[in-house]
Design a protein around this ligand. Structure first.
Ligand SMILES: Nc1ncnc2c1ncn2[C@@H]1O[C@H](COP(=O)(O)OP(=O)(O)OP(=O)(O)O)[C@@H](O)[C@H]1O
Ligand SMILES: [Mg+2]
Length: 467
């Protein structure tokens, strides 16, 4: 326990108060003492009190009245009732009013210590939940996180957002790249201008160029009239290029020109147009690998990466899991009209050990699913989607397992039945060349061929690729 706590001891008997103080010896507590109910209420109102021990039989306002008052003023204060009589009825009433527990006199020190420890734990829990609530309310639908990795990202966003620099967002699927792009735009001076998003992977090469840069009438079949591209539409604002690794060479060249000079020509036109656009780009590919494979321009890479934000996979920042889960729960609880408030402990435990290959998006969907099936106020393990609970998890080793499986998969070649030997041979050559970044000598070595036999097969390969 790091914070110093304040405890209010309410008892008309000096010896009893002494017993409580003794029980707390060596702990980080500040003490306040009250002899009557009135005095207790006064002290409670004037100070920030975390834990209360309260005798039930008091002169003036009795313990039950004091408890009722305390819970009204500060519902998360933890109150432990002490009673001299064997008054079960009164104790039950106290519990109903929100007392944490009750002990009968004479007080046993050990018992009292246990109850007070529990009171502190309870207090810490409610404080943490309130902190989430505050964060959630403040950032509803926004970027959340408390891990060092996310804090660093908040800091970078704050620094980079007001500038014009290009930002490159990297990270696995579902880690929040879109969300960060949005946040950067909103925190920038361009926030009242459009944020336009283009998914480079979803359009064929030919269309992507005209989509981004526009075209003039007759530029290609089907270009019936002049059309503005997304860059022109985003003028003054921000353009978010998703899956930038999928851009064709032509589009990359045009993009580089815009980043350097702020100039573009529509497809099929010679007229230069000036635009003022801030570019954000995202990818879950390894761009350096793409450069090695000659699929991505190195100069463009350096232009884009003036500021780079890498979003770590969720399994590497588990501290973010509870707050994200809680915020999604509140969102879906509202949407479903249920009064879901929390997760059972074993749910959070499960969340923390599960490797989340789909990252935040997968967590969000799991909570959405759970919210639909949950009954009552808490989400239980049974409410989670079967696909994820079915998986036996021993977190880290599991994550490594899947990484190995993926790697194995990516390093293998699939040749469908029905292929001829020649097809198979060419496929093996093609993929090996790809894997070694086009280095023919290296490929020949891996394939166990002489350089000349490899070279002899290359024209065939080119022919095959064209068909
Ligand atoms: N830190 C975060 N705080 C709150 N919500 C988040 C956070 N990170 C991600 N999300 C939410 O998780 C979902 C997936 O995030 P997002 O679409 O930004 O991922 P992505 O990295 O762009 O994924 P992909 O590579 O598949 O496009 C979104 O609904 C987003 O709002
Ligand atoms: Mg995305």
């Amino acid at each position: 326990m790091s914070i110093r706590r304040t405890i209010l001891i309410i008892d008309d008997d000096a010896d009893s108060r002494e017993v409580v103080r003794e029980a707390l010896e060596g702990k980080q507590f500040d003490f306040l003492e009250a002899k009557t109910g009135e005095e207790a209420i006064e002290l409670f109102t004037a100070h920030d009190i975390d834990v209360v021990t309260c005798d039930i039989m008091l002169p003036g306002a009795d313990g039950i009245e004091v408890l009722r008052h305390i819970k009204e003023v500060k519902s998360d204060a933890q109150v432990i009732m002490l009673t001299g009589l064997n008054a079960v009825d009164t104790a039950v009433e106290a519990m109903r009013l929100g007392a944490l527990d009750y002990l009968t006199k004479p007080i046993r020190l050990k018992e009292l210590r246990v109850v007070i420890d529990r009171a502190i734990q309870q207090k810490e829990l409610t404080e943490e939940r309130d902190e989430w609530r505050r964060q959630v309310a403040r950032y509803s639908g926004r970027l959340l996180g408390k891990s060092p990795a996310m804090k660093r990202i908040f800091h970078i966003i704050e620094q980079a957002a007001p500038t014009r620099s290009t930002v490159l967002l990297t990270g696995e699927t579902g880690t929040g790249k879109d969300q960060v792009a949005q946040e950067i735009h909103e925190q920038s001076r361009r926030s009242n201008k459009p944020l336009i998003k283009v998914d480079c992977a979803s359009l064929p090469e030919s269309l992507l160029e005209s989509e981004l840069f526009g075209h003039v009438r007759g530029a290609f079949t089907g270009a019936f009239k002049d059309r503005k591209g997304r860059f022109e539409l985003a003028d003054g604002g921000t353009l978010f290029l998703n899956e930038i690794g999928e851009m064709s060479a032509g589009a990359q060249q045009r993009l580089l020109r815009i980043l350097q000079d702020g100039e573009l020509e529509r497809v099929g036109s010679n007229t230069t147009i000036h635009v003022d656009v801030r570019v954000l780009a995202a990818t879950n590919k390894d761009l350096q690998q793409c450069i090695a494979e000659n699929k991505f321009r190195e100069d463009l890479y350096y232009r884009l990466r003036v500021v780079q934000i890498h979003l770590a996979p969720l399994r590497e920042r588990r501290e973010d899991i509870p707050i994200l889960a809680q915020s999604f729960l509140e969102r879906y609880s509202e949407e479903t009209g249920k009064e879901l408030q929390q997760f059972d402990h074993d749910v959070i435990e499960f969340f923390l050990s599960y490797p989340w290959p789909g990252n935040v998006r997968e967590l969000q969907h799991a909570v959405e699913h759970a919210a639909i099936f949950a009954q009552g106020r808490a989400v239980t393990l049974h409410n989670l989607p079967e696909e994820i609970t079915r998986m036996p998890v021993s977190s880290v080793s599991r994550a490594q397992d899947s990484a190995q499986i993926i790697e194995k998969y990516e390093n293998s070649i699939v040749i469908p039945i029905g292929s001829t030997l020649e097809d198979a041979e060419l496929e093996i050559i093609r993929l090996t060349l790809e894997k070694v970044g086009g280095n023919k000598e290296e490929a020949a070595r891996v394939l166990g061929l002489s350089r000349s036999s490899l070279y002899r097969r290359l024209p065939k390969l080119a022919q095959n690729d064209e068909s």
